[in-house]
Design a protein around this ligand. Structure first.
Ligand code: PEP
Ligand code: MG
Length: 324
């Protein structure tokens, strides 16, 4: 089977009935790009920039960030690279910011909330991202958006930074795509309206499962309740995809579920446009995609969306859908 997967390098990520999707990778540092290229990733669907800020004792400078982002987009040679702005907080801490301890860090002062408050940190990152956009196909993505006001504010600050760069005659991609993560139920439920505000969505199932089911993604004691097959999650995902397509924007997924061999056919049936996963999962996903018919899956999706439990969904997939 491993040899079969090797043969898929250079092949398209296309279903049996001819629907092409984008198969891209999640990375944490520029070093990870090597694995993306080795596994024939078609781009980067999520560059988690937190690691640039972690394991050090002060904020990274604009130039340090610019160099990292530029290295990634250059190595991808024009393939799409979605870079997420700082998603600190929750399980990822920055001791040097000296933030007060919180009762519920996952529901607290983090990610875009922190960036919209500490705009100097946010603007520095946006400057670095825009400057790097002159060197490849870079897209900016905002994490943890829960309200329309936040995405508008983030876009407003981005426009201010663009204006700053223009006045300094610094080059950047003026048509840069701006997207947001759908990882908070409020954003999924309101995705019809969010779709009018951005160029793309990427569904973060790791957090979307956690917040939809009120199950801490780190807590082993209740991990039996945390499932990518939960019908509530699947309904939300379908709703988000439909709402995105109604507005003519594309929608990807960068949570762990996007690389789940059992779920990939279901997501194809729902119409997901982009699958972003750990580089080592890419060729296996391509094999699944090439052995799945989207049209057949569309019927299966209707059945799955009417099921009552995660166990029922998984069993149905095992018996009727799984191609592995
Ligand atoms: C997610 O929440 O699904 C996601 C991709 O982001 P992270 O795992 O970094 O929170
Ligand atoms: Mg997340």
């Amino acid at each position: 089977f491993k040899e079969k997967l090797e043969e898929l390098k250079g092949a398209k990520s296309v279903t049996k009935d001819g629907v092409e999707v984008e198969l891209v990778a999640n990375i944490g540092t520029p070093k990870d790009v090597e694995g993306v290229i080795r596994n024939d990733g078609e781009g980067i669907g999520l560059y988690r920039t937190e690691f640039l800020y972690m394991d050090r004792d002060k904020l990274p400078t604009e130039d340090e960030q610019f160099e990292a982002y530029k290295e990634v987009v250059e190595k991808l040679e024009g393939k799409p690279v979605v870079i997420r702005t700082l998603d600190i907080g929750g399980d990822k801490e920055l001791p040097y910011l000296d933030l007060p301890e919180e009762m519920n860090p996952f529901l607290g002062y983090r990610a875009i909330r922190l960036c919209l408050d500490k705009t100097d940190i946010f603007k520095t990152q946006l400057r670095a991202l825009l400057r790097a956009s002159a060197y490849g196909n870079l897209k900016i993505m905002f994490p943890m958006i829960s309200s329309i006001a936040e995405v508008r504010q983030a876009k407003k600050i981005l426009e201010e930074v663009k204006e700053e760069l223009r006045s300094e005659n610094v080059e950047f991609d003026d048509n840069i795509e701006v997207g947001m993560m759908i990882e908070i139920p409020a954003a999924a439920v309101m995705s019809d309206l969010f779709a009018k505000e951005v160029d793309f969505f990427s569904i973060g199932t790791n957090d979307l499962i956690q917040y939809t089911t009120a199950v801490d993604r780190m807590n082993q004691k209740i991990s039996y309740l945390y499932s990518q097959f939960h019908p509530a999650l699947l309904r939300l995902v379908k709703q988000v995809i439909d709402n995105a397509h109604k507005e003519g924007i594309w929608v990807g997924m960068c949570g762990e579920a996007a690389g789940d061999p059992k779920l990939i056919p279901v997501l194809l049936g729902m119409g997901l446009d982009e699958f972003s996963m750990s580089p080592i999962s890419i060729l296996r996903a391509r094999w699944i995609i090439r052995n799945t018919s989207k049209e057949e899956m569309e019927e299966m999706v209707n059945k799955v969306l009417n099921m009552a439990t995660a166990e029922e969904v998984e069993k149905f997939i095992d018996e009727n859908i799984s191609v592995l």
